[in-house]
Design a protein around this ligand. Structure first.
Ligand SMILES: [Zn+2]
Length: 1067
């Protein structure tokens, strides 16, 4: 599930899912003042943001459909399109199987069957301009060689009509897509695209259809080698190594303990069916895959008879069938649909236990690094919607919020640091439930197991608190009404919900219709009481379920190096078995592949990918209605937008008067506000009250450089949402959180520390590029330094010290938390941001006034100047890993570069061409990208799951020469410009519009300035590219490098380039 996997925290259960690349907001900062803050925001995932997101999980598939789903478009310019009649569909080769109006998403949905092949098509029509298309194949693997995953990567590398190296990348460069990616599940492969521009949308659809049905990769072994695996030998005298994008991606996955546990769980629960192997590929097995098997798999499963196709949005439904019939008519029926059926796993007759090792760092107390997790396969047959809904509800009640009893009891026990893989997972054929802890002492493993069982027993016997049930109900209903899918299209979320049943030959309509089952469930709870509803579920599916697997994971400091040695041995044997001629041939083949990878597509080939013209692009940026006013002396920003009766608000406080030393305490301060309780209310009561009355409250720090200013912007943002009718409650609760919470609960604070440490360590292993980027930022500017104190390596170090200190000096820490509050909380410098329709904005104003009046009034002043930096030097942060994260950055303003909109176009182009080709395609890393923060002037290069280290730095250093040698024709340039506009104009739901507008206000980005940048983007010329080379050269000459890497690779690098890196240990 996309939404779930994108938003869920690491403590939730997760289906293994592989993306072709990560979501755009993850690395791109090209849209001024939004992406960076998104990064900050998503990192601030503590507190209620977390539980709200979990609330989304409740409905089969993430409730991101739409309940009384008015799509949040103020204006609908299109009348309802005419639907193809039976005759028209017949003529195009389809029969209408079923038709329904789905009130939950105000959509007409028609299921068509292509008569010749049996291909099924869901055609969903409504007035949503964010159109979505997806084709999904059932692709159950029989082994762990990663075929489905490698195929997912490969089909997008050129096709019959689009014979380029990578049409996918051409689309990334020059389309207005709002979503473009591909992903592999354990049993299916999805290819979704989305756009609000109809012409662009159909361009994307055609490229994707051609790619899946007629890919070049089945005739071209080079793609298989590049995306899957190959032996690399640069010279017969050197060692052979493995290379391949998926190979390295999976090495990264297999370096992360939580991921390893997730895989072992799935395989242990379902040892006898397709879930017993890894569709992503085990790095040990990937090299066993042959090209023939790979081709065979495509031929068998990528066939219309085995495809399910989804269309959604306000485009013409007849056009959809026309486009499809062109492709589908070329095929005859195949038996693929039968051979791809997923067989259920039979339930065990008794519990099982598995002990496994995972790679750990040599430092720290390894005895305390065990993980233990209990897992149940809930049923042999798929569950009906009613039961599934009730189980989702139960999941939220037990684990959804910090106040939920199972979560709370486990974390308060002190037996472990944080939850792992916990929750109900219902995306695969058979649902499962897991709960466990990490950071457990080796002698406490059994205690954890006992505590989990006794708590579940207790919950079955005693039931849940009425307030807790009400809070969960409100949270879930709110998220359904809000229908907030964040930056991903609503139609995509609906598609993934529908596919969750459809893929198993069940009803594709059912998952979209949840109003009835929800009403029934509510009625049952009201009549029989919650205990009568939930206790039998706990008894049946968990306590009395023999299909239970306990998994214990033990840290092994030797494992990472052992695996490297094993791999080396295998490769040495391979080399020893080869004759001189064969070695020469391999070196030649390596060179041939590299040459092919580095040869650009011809301009003629590039022309065949359809793209938009500059005339299709709006000349003006999208403006968010903003009225700046004043309430009781405080600045209030109002955005009059249709929000379906929901009020979104942010209250911003200035951190400028905070002492430096207190900065790293800020994240824990924010968590304490939401999770420590007041004089009159325990934190459980406070949490339930927030859940019952609002859509959630979050508190987090925000920092950024301000363009043209030496003083960074540093704020605390309190974010809340509620139904308009509950606005008074919302402001009262925000006031309560800010002013009444008491920092007295040492035990809870200790839990916060260990949870934060676990989360940061997970980040270090899983998103080392973020840690590297933060570190470089901290060397280069004050805002970066602040941010790193709260969310980087310095923060990890701080947490270690704090953990020691908390018992000796709790008084001191508690009064520091109070000092943070005193220094922040003031009417002076406070800003309020509100998003709702005009009438609601007016009607809620009195509550804002009351809220503001209760804030202390302090004279401003005592501003601390933030001018700290981490010392400028090349650093390597050692972690136990098989793949590295390599960064290099410099401030291009300080070398004289003047901001121009063309820089967005150019950095995007560098990322999509030079870095994609060298770091990813020929370097074998999963990702290579660059990022220009136009506020601070920091230009950074980053790689993700990278087998190389110094070699990647050399590629970065070559960027200036690449730009100087560049010869872009008009078409390429236009594409680059359009793609950049696509980033800048990224699709936003109303809450995001209001929020972006607030950030622009804070960072001094005016609408005039946005218009200037846009004009500069649109008029970017080749000359700009050449001139930018100088700026990039300054990163080469004066920049700083930070890598998160394995000890072995760092040692080798320091040997080769004498002591290039200062070495730091982190785990
Ligand atoms: Zn992948």
């Amino acid at each position: 599930m996309l939404l779930r996997s994108l938003t869920r925290s690491s403590s939730n259960a997760s289906t293994s899912l592989f993306f072709r690349l990560f979501p755009r907001s993850y690395f791109s900062r090209s849209s001024p003042a939004t992406a960076r803050s998104i990064r900050r925001l998503s990192d601030a995932g503590t507190g209620s943001e977390l539980f709200l997101r979990r609330g989304l999980r409740l409905l089969p598939a993430a409730a991101s459909g739409c309940l009384s789903g008015q799509f949040s478009r103020a204006v609908s310019t299109q009348t309802a399109p005419s639907y193809p009649g039976q005759d028209e569909a017949e003529k195009l080769g389809f029969e209408k199987a079923r038709e329904e109006f789905i009130s939950e998403c105000k959509s007409k949905a028609v299921l068509f069957r292509h008569k010749k092949t049996g291909c099924e098509v869901m055609s969903v029509s409504n007035d949503d301009e964010n159109k979505v298309f997806g084709v999904v194949f059932r692709t159950p693997p029989k082994d762990s060689t990663g075929i489905p995953h490698i195929l997912e990567h490969s089909v997008l590398c050129g096709s019959r009509k689009y014979p380029l190296k990578e049409p996918f990348v051409e689309l990334l460069k020059g389309s207005l897509y709002t979503f473009l990616n591909a992903f592999t599940y354990p049993d299916r492969t999805c290819y979704p695209v989305a756009s609000t521009n109809t012409k662009d949308f159909y361009n994307l659809v055609d490229v994707y259809l051609d790619a899946v049905f007629f890919p070049k990769c089945v005739d071209d072994v080079h793609t298989f080698q590049q995306e899957g695996w190959h032996y690399e030998l640069n010279h017969p005298s050197e060692d052979i190594s493995y290379k391949g994008v998926v190979f390295n991606e999976m090495k990264g996955v297999y370096s992360q303990p939580d991921n390893i546990l997730g895989r072992i769980t799935q395989q242990a629960l379902c040892p006898e069916n397709t879930y017993g192997v890894d569709s992503g590929g085990d790095p040990k097995d990937i090299p066993k895959l042959t090209f023939d098997k790979f081709k065979e798999f495509h031929c068998q499963y990528y066939h219309p008879s085995n495809a399910r196709i989804w269309f959604y949005g306000d485009d013409d439904p007849v056009q959809r069938l026309k486009v499809l019939s062109e492709y589908l008519d070329m095929f005859d029926a195949s038996p693929a649909r039968d051979s791809s059926k997923v067989e259920p796993q039979k339930l065990f007759s008794g519990p099982r236990r598995i002990v496994e090792k995972y790679p750990a760092g040599g430092d720290g107390d390894l005895k305390k690094k065990h993980m233990v997790c209990l897992n149940w396969l809930l049923s042999e047959k798929p569950l009906d919607l009613q039961t599934q809904l009730a189980l989702g509800f139960l999941d939220h009640l037990m684990l959804g919020t910090p106040a939920s009893p199972l979560r709370k009891i486990l974390l308060e026990s002190g037996l472990g640091e944080a939850l792992v893989n916990s929750g109900v997972e219902d995306e695969l054929l058979q649902p499962q439930f897991s709960v466990g802890l990490k950071g457990v002492s080796d002698d406490k493993v059994q205690k954890v197991e006992e505590l989990i069982m006794s708590t579940l027993r207790k919950l079955a016997d005693e039931g849940f608190d009425t307030d807790a049930v009400e809070a969960s109900m409100n949270t879930i209903e709110f998220s359904m009404r809000e229908n907030n899918t964040g930056s991903s299209p609503r139609g995509l979320s609906l598609m993934l919900q529908s596919i969750g049943k459809w893929i198993y030959d069940m009803d594709p309509f059912e998952p979209l219709k949840y109003e009835e089952p929800l009403k029934t469930l509510k009625a049952r709870i009201a009549e029989e009481g919650s205990k009568a509803v939930f206790s039998p579920l706990i008894e049946k599916f968990i306590l009395n379920n023999p299909h239970c697997v306990t998994i214990e994971m033990q840290p092994d400091p030797e494992k990472a190096s052992q695996e490297e040695v094993e791999e080396k041995n295998i490769l040495q044997k391979v080399k020893a078995s080869m004759t001189d001629e064969e070695l020469a041939e391999l070196a030649r083949a390596t060179e041939e592949l590299r040459l092919k990878q580095e040869t650009p597509d011809s301009p003629e080939a590039l022309k065949c990918v359809p793209s938009l013209n500059l005339s299709d692009i709006p000349k003006k940026p999208t403006y968010v209605p903003t009225e700046v006013g004043d309430v009781n002396g405080v600045k209030v920003l109002r955005h009059d937008l249709f929000t379906n009766d929901i009020l979104y608000t942010e209250v911003v406080f200035d951190m400028g008067a905070l002492r430096h030393e207190l900065l790293p305490l800020v994240p824990l301060f924010c968590q304490s506000l939401l999770e420590m309780g007041t004089q009159d209310m325990s934190f459980v009561q406070l949490n339930q009250l927030i859940g019952r009355k609002t859509g959630g409250i979050t508190v987090y720090p925000f920092t950024s450089s301000v363009w043209g200013s030496d003083v960074p912007c540093s704020k605390i943002i309190v974010r809340g949402k509620s139904m308009v009718g509950r606005a008074e409650d919302l402001f009262n609760l925000m006031n309560c959180v800010l002013q009444e919470v008491r920092f007295t609960d040492k035990q809870r604070f200790k839990q916060f520390i260990s949870q934060s440490r676990a989360r940061m360590e997970n980040r270090l292993r899983g998103s080392g590029q973020g840690i590297a980027a933060a570190r470089m930022d901290a060397m280069l500017n004050a805002a970066g330094w602040m941010s790193e104190q709260m969310n980087g390596l310095s923060y990890i170090e701080f947490l270690h010290t704090l953990e020691q200190k908390v018992d000796q000096d709790w008084e001191g820490i508690s009064s520091s938390l109070e000092e943070i509050r005193t220094s922040l909380l003031s009417k002076n410098g406070c800003i309020v941001n509100m998003t709702a329709d005009g009438k609601s904005l007016t009607s809620t104003e009195k509550f804002v006034g009351k809220f503001l009046d209760s804030l202390p009034e302090k004279p401003s002043g005592g501003q601390v100047t933030w001018d700290a930096r981490v010392p400028l030097r090349n650093e390597a942060i050692v972690i136990p890993t098989q793949v590295n994260y390599v960064g290099k950055a410099g401030n291009i303003y300080s070398s004289g570069y003047k901001l121009d909109g063309s820089s967005y176009v150019i950095s995007k182009h560098i990322g999509n061409t030079w870095l994609w080709d060298r770091v990813r395609v020929s370097g074998g890393a999963y990702g290579g990208f660059c990022d220009f923060d136009s506020h601070s002037g920091v230009f950074s290069f980053l790689s993700y799951r990278d087998p190389n280290l110094l070699k990647t730095l050399d590629i970065y250093d070559g960027t200036g020469d690449f730009l100087r040698g560049l010869d872009v024709d008009e078409d390429t340039l236009t594409k680059a410009v359009i793609g950049t506009i696509g980033d800048v104009d990224s699709y936003q739901l109303p809450d995001a519009k209001g929020y972006s507008s607030l950030l622009r206000h804070l960072l001094n980005v005016t609408d005039e300035e946005r218009q200037i940048r846009r004009a500069e983007i649109l008029s970017t010329s080749l000359k700009d590219f050449k001139e930018f080379a100088e700026a990039v050269d300054s990163v080469r000459d004066k920049g700083v490098a930070v890598a998160v890497a394995s000890q072995e690779d760092i040692d080798a690098a320091n040997k080769e380039r004498s002591d290039f890196f200062e070495v730091k240990k982190a785990l």
